[in-house]
Ligand binder design. Structure first.
Ligand code: PEP
Ligand code: MG
Length: 882
């Protein structure tokens, strides 16, 4: 028979039933599992029990709670009563409980909570006698009715807030907690009038609250959050029913949250916010200004020391940074929750490395814990110190999520989403954010709020998704009706640009220039060095110019996997010569133009060899169809119409004629790649000469050039034979003339299914392979890489016809299958042949894993993705071991 309910002290039973801790978390939810585990550790946790995720799933399936569940709840409740010496629903000695959701993975604020369950008129009156604190009792009671209304009965919050506002205004109370007791009593009555369904029977309160929490698993916002966080929808949520402890019983009471390390920077010291004489949601709501733990250290030193020791104990136990909720009830500390803390990318890297340095976790664990996305965020743009100094500083707030963001102001989530869909960079500015704003926060580049603290919803969500955020700018006045905000006498409209700096907590008017942060940060470089020790795949970079090559090397690239030589042809001073080459009527004329281009290419290549001395530099011969270098026909026609000079008209007409001649219906399947070299060998000869001459120059300058000449878009071994012969002839001639010897290779890209299927033949000539997976995906799927994403492909992915965008993540079965065949074929002919990938997939973590599995030697990606690929390649090894 399924067991639906576990008391906090039955965790060992749950563990032996389901096996490992991960499954316990699956069964009891993260919060429930940790509460039980803390109980087992001897940490002070108010007694309670957990209704399992299985019960939630059974409820979702059947629309009613499973048989026997309420009996188990009653039994568990009796157990809690025994522990606390209080009785649920008994006015003479009442037990009050909370009812909270808790899924396997934390989903902050997404699901529901009801506090103070067990109160009714009778219990309240008697509790006043017992506690001697009527204010506290009626404050709790009005909270229960309001929460019950909104959570269980799905009522809007506004009518309750209106009543509270009315009483605050009437009594001059600044905040709800300051309302006099008589008002609270009246408020209770008014709340009951608008909540006639509220049951006075505590058992009914509990049952309906539990079912409401079950239902909240399938609320719109919870589903949105899971979609954005890749949390499966079939996990269900557990429900934790726990003895209430009160942080609002007087001045030796309080409640707060603490992180065992700094969630934004990762610094190794406890950090937190708390409020004296308050309930938990007051802290998270960010309406009252919270106090720091330094304040606690001074005012409640004993509690502070106990909290510190508990944080340390929990961190050592979980071997991870902990995010804790605590309450101090009449001078006694209670822990209400602990979980692995959300952190920024910066903090994730630092915490992982520091914990490994301190021996709490292994280096492998540190490498496994940081996600490739976090490495990416780590290297997100920032503002320079100078631009910050020169910027027009509007306001300062709390620095809750680092990084710089520039965008136009949107005052609500839907506007942010709409504008982002139009390709605009948006900063979402709100008084505070709520779970319903998450879609706008995801669409925005950054987030600003006028209210809220370090642990407010805005701060937590921003950190989790790596969005720069500044919150709690109290002076910022946001007028949602007028669609503007004002501060310091200045009024800024929606749609105006602001720049925000989440590391320092600054908001600037206008657009500040950004720069990319230092790769040499101690924590990041340690982590990446550990990853380098683990990974088998080499990581190269796609770079066309020496500056890119130098950056790539700084980022840890071990060579250049792809230099697209045609990019050099597009430069303004070169393009006219390239066009002359294309327009040439005779080979001699073409040669003349090529002679002009040669020194430019040679200089670029020399720079690459010097930047990558001792490392392979793979240079690809010209690839795109030639019309790409010429103006479009329409543009030419209007130029001709506007021209007055006869000679100019003649030239333009000649270009136009050539444009028509070169026109192809399917240029990507046309006269491009190796085909250009076969039919216009003088172009390939010039490029081969530039490469080998540059290598000789670099060698004479003291570098160790390792050129590899790469032939694009091959379909047949004969193409490679022709080109290779030509390249070798030129190379030998150059080296002979220069009296310098350089080692070089000639290889091919594998970008077509035929090349992959005949790889064994290609390898008789090709000395290396590099998978051009952009083209290989295009040719395998018969989907145009240039058009598909703007026509049907994204919809295909959205509707689940294709599981992922194959231009972003390598298609394992199709393209991956061809790569497998090609690797086997190539290495059969040429054992140990160097094989890598240089399509955009080289920087995509999932694709890097596949490349590792397929036995490639390297991945090559854009310089900025190199650190991501280094980590992903190491994680591929760790995954394999696991
Ligand atoms: C490729 O096709 O994957 C490739 C690297 O070449 P390009 O993107 O230049 O066609
Ligand atoms: Mg290609």
């Amino acid at each position: 028979m399924t067991k639906w309910v576990y008391t906090f002290d039955q965790v060992s039973e749950a563990e032996s039933l389901v096996g490992d801790w991960d499954s316990v978390r699956g069964l009891l939810g993260g919060k429930g599992a940790n509460l039980a585990d803390m109980t087992r550790l001897g940490v002070p946790v108010p007694p309670g029990f957990t209704i399992t995720t299985q019960a939630c799933n059974a409820y979702s399936d059947a629309g009613q709670v499973p048989d026997g569940m309420w009996d188990e709840v009653a039994e568990a409740l009796a157990h809690v009563e025994e522990h606390t010496g209080k009785v649920f629903g008994d006015p003479s000695n009442p037990l009050l409980v909370s009812c909270r959701s808790g899924a396997k993975f934390s989903m902050p604020g997404m699901m529901d909570t009801v506090l103070d369950i067990g109160l009714n008129h009778e219990v309240a009156e008697s509790l006043v006698d017992i506690s001697g604190d009527a204010h506290f009792v009626y404050d709790s009671y009005r909270r229960l009715i309001q929460m019950y209304g909104s959570v269980v009965l799905d009522k809007a919050d506004e009518p309750y807030e209106e009543i509270l506002t009315e009483f605050r205004e009437k009594t001059g109370a600044a905040i709800d907690a300051d309302l006099p007791t008589d008002s609270l009593k009246e408020i209770v009555e008014r709340f009951l009038e608008i909540t006639p369904e509220f049951p006075s029977d505590p058992d009914a309160q509990l049952k309906l609250a539990v079912e409401a929490v079950f239902r909240s698993w399938n609320s719109r916002r919870a589903i949105d959050y899971r979609n954005a966080s890749n949390i499966p929808h079939d996990l269900g949520t557990a429900v934790n029913v726990q003895t209430m402890v009160f942080g609002n019983l007087g001045d030796n009471c309080g409640t707060g949250v603490a992180m065992s390390r700094h969630g934004a920077t990762g610094e190794n010291h406890i950090e937190g916010d708390y409020l004296m004489n308050a309930q938990g949601e007051d802290v998270v709501a960010g309406i009252r200004a919270t106090l720091t733990l330094d304040h606690m250290k001074e005012n409640m030193p004993g509690i502070y020391d106990e909290l510190l020791a508990t944080a340390d104990q929990l961190e050592k136990h979980y071997r991870n940074m902990q995010d804790m909720e605590f309450t101090i009830e009449s001078g006694k500390l209670w822990l209400l929750q602990t979980r692995d803390g959300k952190r920024t990318a910066q903090a994730a890297v630092r915490i992982a490395v520091e914990m490994a340095e301190d021996g709490l976790i292994s280096k492998e664990e540190a490498v496994a814990r940081v996600t490739p996305d976090q490495i990416d965020f780590f290297l997100h743009p920032q503002f320079s110190a100078e631009s910050r100094k020169a910027g027009d500083l509007l306001a300062k707030g709390l620095n809750v999520s680092p990084g710089a963001a520039v965008g136009i102001i949107a005052f609500d989530a839907d506007t942010a989403v709409d504008w982002a869909a139009e390709g605009k960079d948006v900063i979402l500015v709100r008084p505070e954010t709520k779970p319903d704003d998450v879609h706008g926060m995801l669409a925005a580049k950054g987030i600003v709020t006028s209210r809220g603290g370090r642990t407010s919803h805005a701060a937590l969500v921003a950190r989790q998704f790596g969005k720069p955020a500044v919150v709690g700018i109290a002076e910022l006045n946001i007028d949602l009706d007028a669609r503007n905000m004002s501060i310091g006498g200045r009024v800024i409209d929606e749609g105006e640009f602001i720049s925000i700096e989440g590391t320092g907590g600054e908001v600037f008017l206008g657009q500040l220039p950004t720069f990319v942060p230092d790769i040499n940060d101690h924590w990041l470089s340690s982590l990446l060095e550990w990853a380098d020790d683990i990974r088998r795949l080499k990581v190269l970079a796609n770079a066309d110019y020496p500056v890119d090559a130098n950056r790539a090397r700084d980022y840890g690239a071990e060579g250049i996997g792809l230099c697209r030589t045609e990019h050099m042809f597009f430069e303004a001073e070169r393009l006219p010569t390239v066009q002359k080459m294309i327009l040439a009527d005779t080979v001699e004329e073409r040669q003349k133009a090529l002679d002009v281009l040669l020194p430019f290419q040679r200089e670029d290549f020399r720079g690459l060899f010097e930047a990558m001395s001792g490392m392979p530099v793979i240079i690809r011969l010209i690839d795109p169809p030639l019309h790409e270098f010429l103006p479009g026909a329409e543009e030419l026609k209007s130029e001709i119409a506007a021209a007055t000079d006869d000679a100019e008209i003649a030239t333009l007409e000649k270009i136009l004629a050539r444009v028509f001649e070169l026109h192809e219906e399917n240029p990507m399947l046309g006269f491009r790649g190796v085909r250009l070299g076969v039919l216009m060998p003088e172009i390939s000869r010039m490029q081969a000469r530039a490469i080998i001459e540059a290598a000789c120059d670099a060698k004479e300058n003291g570098a160790t050039p390792m050129p590899e000449v790469m032939i694009p878009v091959s379909i047949h071994v004969n193409e490679i034979r022709l080109l290779k012969k030509l390249i070798v002839e030129v190379a030998e001639e150059v080296m002979e003339a220069r009296g310098v010897k350089v080692d070089y290779k000639v290889g091919t890209m594998v970008e077509t299914p035929r090349a992959a299927m005949t790889a064994d033949q290609l390898a008789t000539e090709a000395e290396f392979f590099s998978f051009g997976t952009n083209d290989l995906t295009q040719t395998t799927f018969a989907i145009s890489r240039d058009d598909a994403e703007k026509s049907f492909l994204i919809q295909y992915v959205d509707r689940g016809v294709l599981p992922v965008n194959p231009f972003q993540t390598l298609d394992r079965d199709g393209v991956g299958g061809l790569i497998k065949i090609a690797v086997e074929g190539g290495r059969k002919t040429r054992p140990g042949m160097e094989i890598g990938i240089c399509g955009e997939h080289g920087g995509d973590p999932e694709s890097v894993h596949l490349c590792h599995e397929l036995g490639l030697d390297y991945v090559s990606c854009s310089p900025f993705r190199v650190p991501v690929a280094r980590l992903a390649a190491a994680q591929a090894v760790l995954n394999e071991k696991a």
